[in-house]
Ligand binder design. Structure first.
Ligand code: DMJ
Length: 629
């Protein structure tokens, strides 16, 4: 009524005043919010949650979430746009010290030349500014000063952040040194050969300037992706990424080996996904993971060795229904991680069942396993032969690594690992003459053989990793003894390169060294195991001798296996420096593992793939350690 009694002018004035006050209110609310936000760098919603529930710390997810879920959407596989990323990569992704993600302003790498120039500048800078960041604990673990409490395993207290969020606690990158530069140069030389003569194929044949196919899936390229990322080879990475986006097709009528394609392809894609945050790699990992699943459709659920990834059929090798023990027990890190990322439990369930089953099996000898397992009965076959070399090796490695990956809760894995190491000590350890080197031999139906595969040289690294994670201190002592032996397998040979297999002398004979080599065993395939263990030993002890040994090996690879026109080659005779007899093949693990471990060995940056955050699969692809409950 009153409103109607007012004059037109009075009504207009009142309406104007209301409107003015409303606008002022909105403006001041918004700017207060913005100001508060910019001070705390948190959204108003986040602040409200914290204020409303005192003492509530926003829960970290139980496991590391997928790095890019919150941001980039590469669902349709667009090419990585380096000029215009959604956010700068160094803000978004990956461990702080990886060059691509944490460039200093003056260090943004645009071209290959820039990469090299920048790295050279860093070497110069390094000479001036030496940083001492880590200390050595009494147990041999390299730890940061503010974390110097034992046991090392207690270091992971808080749930970890996904790699994409690590940029928040970025530190200055540790400069790349001259030895690392030499490794980058070696990689680029190898890549040159691969690119020119074998692009998109499985392996380079550097002498005949051609390639060989195993699965026809670009094995070398996929194995090398995360190495390029870690080395900061942006241009090469981009080119390889394009190939993955446009040319990597798994819908092919081809038989692949379950183990090899899991550790190299699935492992390589998953780790590249974690480092780069690019969902292209996760999509490809899902695809190959699904296509490998038919391998588990067996009467015993112990997987077949071979799968046709196009047809969805699986089968054992033609001559047997057995699978190799190391193969069926060294696919777990990858499939478990795939389940965690996709939320689909089927991958984890399938591989966990294999481990549970193997845990219960009879036929072990103090934790040591035979080399074969039958896919029908689920029982070990060819009982009585025990080795830490081919066909059994990574069973032991993955017991420990799964336990670490899962947050050290899966006790059966730890039990089996500890028992097996006791079995090694009891049945397989011996000392050679004249140098009294501790080595791991083999046992066949009660008879000890002083034979050791180069493959066994993964063991010192694995033992050291266990000790770093709080396991028995004598494991570290054994690791120290064994890495010395593995180094001698190189140092006592004419080319300074290890053969595939050595036999140790148990009795001193005049003019004989510890290491004997049979003609059939004197090839070198550019394998990584010794360099891998040197890397762990250096990380955990800080003893520079391990870097020096690795450097000797690197130089000998360059002396005897480098092909001038591009690439490195396996050789047939490590005992003949004047003609090591090149085999004309560069294995994919030379780029995936050997050079990566070299680079990490020469680094003094413990955050360059921090071993409390990442676990390497058996093909050197780092996967995140899950958060402890
Ligand atoms: C790699 O494929 C893996 O390291 C595997 O565990 C053993 N063989 C090669 C390297 O030697």
């Amino acid at each position: 009524k009153k409103w109607k009694q007012l004059s037109r002018l009075q009504r207009s004035v009142i309406l104007f005043l209301f409107a003015f006050l409303a606008v002022c209110g909105v403006i001041s609310y918004t700017s207060m919010g913005e100001a508060w936000k910019s001070i705390t760098n948190k959204s108003l919603d986040e602040q409200r949650t914290e204020q409303e529930i005192p003492g509530l710390k926003l829960a970290n997810p139980a496991v590391l979430p997928a790095p890019q879920k919150a941001d980039a959407n590469h669902g349709d596989y667009p090419e990585l746009s380096l000029q215009k990323p959604p956010k700068p990569p160094h803000v978004r992704r990956g461990p702080s010290n990886l060059q691509i993600k944490a460039p200093r302003r003056d260090m943004r790498l645009k071209t290959r030349h820039d990469t090299i120039r920048a790295v050279e500048e860093l070497v110069e800078a390094d000479k001036v500014e030496k940083t001492e960041k880590s200390i050595i604990s009494w147990r041999g673990a390299v730890i940061e000063p503010d974390q110097s409490t034992e046991p090392p395993s207690s270091k992971i207290k808080e749930p970890e952040k996904p790699s994409s969020m690590e940029a928040e606690d970025q530190k200055e990158p540790v400069p790349v040194n001259e030895r690392q530069l030499a490794v980058i140069e070696a990689f680029r030389h190898a890549w040159k050969g691969y690119k020119e003569f074998a692009w998109g194929h499985d392996e380079l044949k550097p002498l005949s300037k051609s390639y060989s196919e195993w699965f026809g899936l670009g094995l070398t390229l996929i194995d090398a992706l995360d190495t390029m990322w870690i080395f900061g080879l942006k241009e090469e990475f981009e080119e390889a990424r394009k190939w993955v986006a446009n040319d990597l097709v798994f819908d092919k009528n081809v038989d692949v080996n379950l183990f090899e394609s899991t550790i190299r392809i699935l492992g390589g894609l998953l780790s590249t996904y974690h480092l780069s945050g690019d969902s292209l790699f996760l999509e490809k990992a899902k695809d190959i993971g699904n296509r490998l699943m038919p391998a588990f459709k067996t009467p015993s659920k112990i997987p077949y060795s071979d799968v046709n990834i196009g047809r969805g059929t699986a089968h054992p090798p033609r001559w047997t229904s057995d699978s190799t023990v190391a193969e069926v027990t060294s696919i777990q890190l990858e499939f478990r991680e795939l389940s965690r990322l996709t939320g689909d439990e089927k991958f984890k369930k399938a591989v966990d069942e294999v481990m549970k089953h193997v845990h219960t099996l009879s036929g072990k000898n103090d934790g040591l396993v035979p080399m074969f397992i039958n896919t029908n009965s689920g029982q070990f076959t060819h009982l009585g032969v025990y080795t830490l070399g081919a066909r059994a090796d990574s069973y032991y490695e993955y017991l420990l690594k799964q336990w670490i990956q899962g947050g050290k809760k899966e006790n059966e894995l730890l039990e089996d690992y500890m028992r097996a190491i006791e079995g090694v000590k009891k049945h397989l350890l011996q000392r050679s003459e004249p140098k009294k080197l501790t080595f791991v031999g083999e046992l066949a139906h009660g008879h000890f053989s002083a034979k050791m595969d180069h493959l066994v040289c993964f063991l010192p690294g694995t033992l050291a990793l266990g000790a770093h994670n709080g396991l028995a201190a004598d494991h570290m002592k054994l690791a120290e003894a064994l890495i010395e032996t593995c180094y001698q397998m190189y140092a006592q040979v004419e080319t300074g390169l290890s053969p595939e297999i050595v036999h140790f002398n148990l009795h001193a004979q005049k003019g004989h060294k510890d290491v004997e080599i049979k003609p059939a065993d004197r090839h070198n395939l550019l394998r990584p195991e010794t360099v891998e263990s040197l890397f762990y030993m250096y990380r955990f002890t800080g003893d520079k001798k391990y870097q020096d040994w690795g450097w000797e090996i690197m130089q000998n690879f360059n002396r005897y296996t480098r092909v001038p026109t591009g690439g490195y080659t396996s050789i047939n005779n490590v005992q003949n420096p004047s003609n090591p007899e090149p085999r004309d093949k560069m294995e994919s693990f030379f780029l995936g593992e050997t050079l990566k471990y070299m680079f990490l060995l020469f680094s003094d940056d413990i955050d360059l793939i921090n071993l409390d955050k990442y676990i390497f699969n058996t093909e050197a692809h780092p996967l995140p350690i899950w958060v402890p409950a």
